[in-house]
Structure formats: C-alpha cells, structure tokens
Design a protein around this ligand. Structure first.
Ligand code: ZN
Length: 862
C-alpha cells in the first residue's frame, strides 16, 4: 500500500500520526504504525553495494541508454508480429521465496508457468523487458489476438499518430475501428503486496484459453500488457522496496532504479489508455480516484470522468464476489474521491498511476486489495489463515483486472478519443482547462486545481547556466521521459535576455507538455489548501537538479530536436595544474574516480579540487566519462586529499547516493559498533539513522571517542542532532519543524567549505534548523527570510510553531571543529532524499571532503 511513512530516519511525530488518514482509517482493522520501511540496518542496506556505474561515455548518451545490464530488446518491438514468444530462462528453485508461505507463486515459478502458457496459446507473448537491481528478469506478458508483422506495424503507426499528429488522428474515423486499445496492469510493485501477480497469472491463463466469444472480441480490439511482477527482488525477499532498498512506487520522476526505468519505457512504448497498479492492503479494497489535491498538470476533466467510471466498475465487480465482513472479514470497497475529504491525493507524480497519465492513460488507478498478510501478520498468523486471506486477495485483484478490461472493451472508441485529446491539447499548447464543478458527482471546488503553462522553458548554455554538466543530465532525463527537447542553432532573444547558441529549449507545445511542466515548474505551496498530504509535495527538477531553467513567453523557431545532450567534458590546453570545481555530483564522481586511481589531488579553497599538471591524461579520461570541465588552476595549494572512507549509519537511499558518487561506504549501526567495529579504515562517520550514542556500550563509546580525535562527522536529521549532543561535538540546539512538512525551500549560502557553490534552493522533509550556535560554529546555509517554502506543504503545528515562519533566516546547514579537532557538518535539510535532488548531492560530498581533510590538522578559525 501507499503506507504513509516517514522515510528517512526521522521519528514519526504525533502530528503525523494524528493527521487525517481517513482513506485507511478502520477501527476494526487498525493500520500498523507508520514505520520506516527503509534502512532497517546494514543487513538490508548491504545489497545497495555494487551500484552499476551510471557514467557517461565519450559521447553523451541519453539516460535511457545507460543501462548496459538491461536486456537488448526492452519494451514492445515495433517490427515483430504477435505472438512473440520467448522461451524464458527458468531460475533455480528458491525454497526461501517469501511467496511460498502464502500459497502464492514464487518468483522462480513464474517463468515455467509463462513458458507453458506460451505453448498452449497463440494469444500469449512474453518478453523480458527489464532487469532488477539484483539481476532478476522482469516479464512483460502481452495478451492479444495474433497479428502479422504488417498488422503490428500498422498498430505502431496509429500509436505514433495519436501522439504526434493527434488532430489528424481525431479526424480519422477508421483509426478507432482498427486500433487495439492498450491496457496496462502493473502488479506487485511493493514486493510484500503479492497477490496482484497471482491474479495476473490467473487472468492470462483464462484469456489465453477461453472459448467465450466475448473474450475473442476483446482480444481483437485490445492489447493487454501485464507486468507480472514489478518488483521481483521484493517479492522473493518479502519486503516492500527493491533490492537496493528503494520504494519503486516513489521513484517515477526520479527513475533512479532499473525497475522504474523499465516501467517508464514500457509506458512510453505501450501508451496505455488505462492502467491499474495492484497493491495491498486496505480493508475494504481501496480503489482510486483520489481525494484532493489533484495534480495540476493532468487533463483532469478527461481523467476523472474515465477514472471514476472504471473505479465504480471495479467496485461493483469486487463487491459482487460476495465476500462479507461477517463471513470473511472483507469490508465493502471504498473510493477515496467519493468517500473521503482528503488524505489520499494524486499531487506528486511519483506513483505509477500518477505518472502513467502523462503518457496518455485517461483512467489510472491504485487498487489496494483487502486482507493484510505482510509485516507482523506474515510472521504471526497461522499459515492456513494467511492462505485464506491470500486466496481472497487474489480473487479481488482478478476482479479488478476483469472489470478494467471490460471497461476498456465497452468504452474502446471513447478512451482512444480521450487519449488523442490529451495529446492534442498539449501539441497545440492550449491553456489548461479548468474542470467544471460537477463533471462527475461529488467533484466540487475543492477538487479544482489548474496551472498556467509557459510558452517554453530554456535551459541556457554559456554564462547564464549554473552547471553545464547538470544541464546535460536534466536534458537527458527529459528525453528519457519522452519529453521533446530542442537545441538552439543560433542565439536568440526573449525579452531582454539573449540566450546563446546551444541553449536547450523545451517547447510547451508538445504532446507530453504535462510531464515536461510537472518536472520543470517550481511547483506550488499548497499548505493553505489541505491539512495533510500523503507523501511529498514538492520536487521541481528545475530547482533541485542543479541546472538553470527559465520559463519564457516565446519559443525560438530554430531549435533543432535532439536525442541526447551535447558532450560537456573538457580539459584546457596548457601545462599548468588543473582545477575541478566540485559543484555537482558528476564532478564528485570524477574526483572520486581520480582518487581511486591514486591521483595526487589537493582540496583547495571553496570546494575546488586541484589536479597536478602531470595527471592531464587522467583528467581527460574523467572529463569524457562524466562530462565535467576542468579549468586552469590559479594556485596549487590546498590539503592533500585521499579517498574518503565513510562509516554510515544512514538510510538506503543515502547509501545508494553516496556509493553512486563513488565513495567507499561501510554501513554501521548501534549494533555494529557494539559488536566491535574497527575504525581504522574510516575517515568520516555519517549519521542520519540507526545509531544511538546512548545505546552504545562503554567499549564502543570509547572506540568512537578515539575515532573522533582523528575522524570527521557529518550528520543529518533528528538522529544526527541527538548524536551531536550526546557525543559532545558542536555547540548547537537542533529545532524541529513540523515532521510531515516537506518541499522545496529557498536558501542563502555562505562561502564556507559546504555552502560555497550551493544552489539557491534545497529540499526538506521534517525540516530542522540550528540555534544557540557556539563560537566554533559557522552557518553554511540558512533558510531564506522570504518564504522559505517555495513548493510543498509546510504548516506550523497546533501551537503555531514549527512552520516556515519559524525557520526564516535560521541555520539549515552548519559546520565547525569541536574541541578535539574533529570537523563536523550538520544538515537540517534532505540533500540526498530518495536520490532525487541531484543538484544537492555535491553539498554532502563537500562536507565529506572537508571533514576528512581538515580533521586532525591544526584547528584554525572555521
Ligand atoms: Zn503498495
């Protein structure tokens, strides 16, 4: 389920627990406490090791291509007909697969079952369309009437026309007659919400063998795409996240994980008119549409009309199964949009059903099947009770799938027409349509959210660009999301600004302008409109990914479409030492690569690394690999830098991000330290989660104290604040903002070792700030006095404190040297949250370089 969790090592406060959660409130079936689901200790986080290098190569390649570990023919091919049957490799039997206890299909049983179904029926096609973090195959099953290669090509042409010539497609009366409506069923994205997979297998078997003429008619007019399990790692392990510890159903506009990247490509290629995402467990079954606030970048009039209709259809089908509370413990289904005032929103596009509409889905749902079998219940309930529940859950999920394909069958032409209309409005750049109140019963003024699209966004080249490297990353990310990006072939003017040749232009007259805008707009402060949000409320790629992005009111005609960002790496000619300003994660990766190769790098002033002139070849190699630009070094002073070895008590996304940047990371926890940790190989201790100073044994505490005379410390969040005080590091008082507050904030940075070069915005989740600063403490970054919230949800608590007003001008990131000489940096922000705010990662890197390089050296004024 979309469990409301405090993700990153922050204590779940009373404010969060008492926040309205009406969509899931059920006194007879209490929800488990909102617990952290990530980073539950080193044993889970270990698997985040060995993250594949996401480096660029000599030529810039779009992010979508940087997946060497992925199978070669990911996604539906345009050239082959159907069936396209793949003899799947069958994994070794794994008796430890968590599905087995529930009487469900273990992962290793899926391939044999699909191989058998392909043999039995020419309606079934199976392709491997992705590979998980731990290397398991992801299976795409397509069920449809056979097609010749020519017929498949015709389908592809119509699909292209719907997206790229929607006005023409709308006029073509033959199109809907010939086009097979695509439907997408996503199962098991949370690994311990299993039964969607079993319902998919049952449905595929029924459809492939049925002699019912209605099924024959369905398959002649539809393609049903099934992602059998979106999270094979989690299914096997019986855990919510994937093998890297990421919640895949929060990752869609970040796409940090291979599973999410594969699903993204599938949605782009298949262009479904309708999708459902099968989760558990909410009793009675929860069926979207959602409560407000509603995402403002959807064509919501088309979306709500269809999504509510299919929601009602699924409800009828599920209630029609005849399960009752008295007999079976199953409550009637619920629809948050209809039944609840707020608490289950579709504001952030991080969930599968909130991402799919940007690729043309006009009905899109999370479905939460009813009976809990995971977490504590998995461990405590008798096996027969678990299996009884799982059997019912499978029936419910199958009923949701059945109702949805019946819906697509009955509204075939209209759904296609509505998808065409989504792309037509985008291509034409029509103003956002304000959805009329009453468009469906219950749609009131509280449901109306709208936006104003700029004419275009410019990602400038030249001096107006904060970071060419970050700009290239953003451009590649947009392209990987099927957003059209152009590059200006000559300079152009908008108002008083002249943009150089080579600037990127995202024209908002394009079929997927909703997706472009949801990533590039600032977002909105929605605190006044709703009491509480389900998950994050701000995410702007324009403000958090490190590149300068500007909305403009005219678009140049001469921007040429590009398939990848232009290369950005360079090394100047000459014989002097080289400087690399570490202002972006790509520069961190380049620097760590050099350090790993034993290059004698010095850490200069203001976050700049100095590479000796003799290492020019090494500099060229990393410039090409990561797209970073070296300059001539003015002076070659500074502290000698070596590879930073980190012991990290951190959450899974932080471990992933630190490793992605090329740091050497050893996960630690209270337990690990108490078991006798050898500090010899550690330069910096990172503390944000799972380490309690008070919980250390005297021996572990003594070892830690000894480390603190030679090593640095970087902390984040409440765990970090507590640790700082208990270990007697910096003189600060940590102040907590409201714990469910989150979003993009405006900041002001100093020229300190961490603040220098920081973007003007940061990201917070459970924001913190620091007061009572001792003389040894320097403010690296402060919350701006205007705002500081730019986009997101952040209110004061019931006593009127903890809101953005209280944070104004307060220190958000501080640094200093404690009495022992240890260098310490404390973050009250969330610079590595879910691997998303890429423009902030380098702040953490600078904190690590600085703390490791100055600790032990003579204390000077910070
Ligand atoms: Zn779920």
């Amino acid at each position: 389920m979309r469990l409301r969790t405090a993700l990153l090592g922050v204590a779940v406060s009373a404010a969060l627990l008492v926040a309205p959660q009406t969509a899931v409130a059920d006194p007879a079936d209490p929800q488990p406490p909102a617990v952290r689901e990530f980073g539950n200790g080193p044993e889970r986080n270990e698997v985040a090791a060995g993250v594949p290098e996401q480096a660029g190569t000599l030529r810039a390649v779009p992010e979508a291509e940087r997946r060497p570990e992925q199978p070669p023919h990911a996604g539906p091919s345009r050239e082959q007909g159907y069936p396209r049957q793949t003899r799947l490799p069958e994994p070794a039997e794994n008796p430890a697969d968590a599905s087995i206890k529930l009487g469900l299909m273990p992962y290793h049983g899926i391939a044999p079952k699909l191989n058998e179904l392909q043999k039995r029926s020419d309606r079934v096609s199976v392709e491997i369309f992705g590979r998980t973090h731990q290397g398991r195959d992801m299976y795409l099953v397509t069920v449809t009437a056979p097609e010749s290669p020519g017929q498949a090509r015709e389908q592809a042409r119509m699909r292209d026309r719907i997206e790229h010539d929607p006005a023409g497609a709308a006029r073509d009366r033959n199109l809907a007659k010939r086009y097979k409506a695509p439907l997408y069923v996503n199962a098991n994205i949370h690994g311990n919400e299993w039964e969607g997979t079993d319902a998919v297998l049952r449905t595929v078997e029924e459809l492939s063998t049925s002699k019912d003429p209605a099924v024959t008619a369905l398959l002649a007019k539809t393609r049903l795409y099934f992602n059998v399990t979106a999270n094979p790692d989690g299914r096997v392990l019986g855990q919510r996240p994937n093998g890297a510890g990421f919640d895949l159903n929060r990752d869609f506009i970040t796409a940090s994980q291979p599973e999410t990247q594969a699903m993204r490509q599938l949605m782009i290629d298949a262009q479904p008119v309708t999708m459902i995402d099968l989760h558990g467990y909410v009793n009675g079954t929860l069926i979207e549409p959602t409560t407000p606030p509603h995402g403002a970048n959807y064509e919501y009039d088309l979306f709500i009309k269809n999504t509510y209709a299919n929601g009602l259809g699924m409800e009828a089908a599920i209630n029609g199964l005849g399960y009752t509370f008295d007999k079976d413990g199953v409550r009637p289904a619920q629809i948050p949009f209809r039944d609840d005032p707020e608490g289950w929103d579709d504001w952030p596009p991080i969930f599968t059903p909130q991402y799919a509409p940007f690729h043309g889905a006009v009905a899109s749902h999370t479905v939460e099947i009813p009976l809990r079998v995971n977490n504590a219940d998995y461990n405590s309930l008798p096996v027969e009770e678990l299996r009884r529940r799982s059997a019912i859950n499978t029936d419910v999920a199958a009923a949701a799938i059945r109702a949805t394909y019946a819906f697509v069958q009955s509204r075939h032409d209209q759904l296609i027409a509505d998808q065409i209309e989504v792309f037509r409005r985008g291509s034409k750049g029509e103003p956002a349509k304000e959805v009329p109140v009453g468009i469906v019963p219950g749609f009131g003024p509280e449901d109306v959210y709208t936006t104003t699209y700029p004419r275009a966004y410019v990602i400038p080249a030249g001096a107006g660009q904060r970071s060419a490297t970050a700009a290239a990353r953003l451009v590649d990310h947009l392209i990987a999301n099927d957003v059209e990006v152009g590059r200006a072939e000559r300079e152009f003017r908008v108002g008083r600004t002249t943009y150089p040749q080579g600037s990127y232009v995202v024209d908002m007259r394009q079929p997927k302008r909703g997706l472009a805008n949801v990533m590039l707009e600032q977002g909105a402060d929605i605190s006044p409109r709703v009491d509480a949000m389900y998950d994050i409320s701000g995410w702007s790629h324009a403000l958090l990914w490190g590149a300068t992005v500007q909305p403009v009111d005219s678009a140049p005609a001469h921007a040429k479409p590009v398939k990848a960002a232009a290369p950005t790496g360079s090394v100047p000619h000459g014989w002097s030492a080289l400087a690399l300003k570490v202002g972006d994660a790509k520069e961190v990766m380049a620097l760590n690569d050099l350090l790993a190769d034993g290059v004698a790098v010095k850490w200069g002033e203001n976050g700049t690394a100095i590479v000796p002139a003799s290492e020019r070849d090494a500099a060229r190699r990393v410039a090409d690999r990561y797209g970073v630009a070296f300059t001539q070094a003015g002076k070659s002073g500074g502290t000698a830098l070596t590879q930073v070895r980190i012991a990290a008590a951190a959450s899974a996304d932080e471990l992933f991000t630190l490793r992605e940047m090329g740091f050497s990371v050893t996960p630690v926890s209270t337990q690990v330290l108490n078991d006798g940790f050898d500090w010899d190989g550690t330069d910096v201790l990172y503390v944000s989660s799972g380490l309690s100073h008070a919980g250390l044994t005297p021996e572990a505490r003594a070892a830690l104290d000894a480390f603190l005379t030679t090593g640095g410390v970087v902390t984040r969040g409440s765990t970090g604040v507590t640790f700082n005080a208990a270990a007697g590091l910096l003189t600060v008082t940590g102040v907590a903002g409201r714990s469910d507050a989150n979003g993009v904030v405006r900041t002001v940075s100093s020229d300190g070792p961490v603040g220098a070069g920081s973007p003007e915005h940061s990201f917070v989740y459970s924001p913190r700030w620091f007061t009572g600063l001792g003389p040894e403490v320097r403010v690296e970054q402060a919350y701006a006095t205007d705002g500081p919230l730019v986009a997101g949800h952040w209110r004061a608590d019931a006593n009127g404190v903890g809101g953005p007003e209280s944070a104004r001008g307060q220190a958000a990131v501080v640094s200093g040297r404690d009495e022992r000489g240890a260098a310490v940096v404390m973050f009250g922000t969330e610079p590595m949250f879910r691997n998303h705010p890429k423009g902030l990662f380098s702040q953490v890197a600078r904190a690590l370089y600085w703390t490791s390089s100055v600790t032990g050296a003579a204390v000077t004024t910070p």
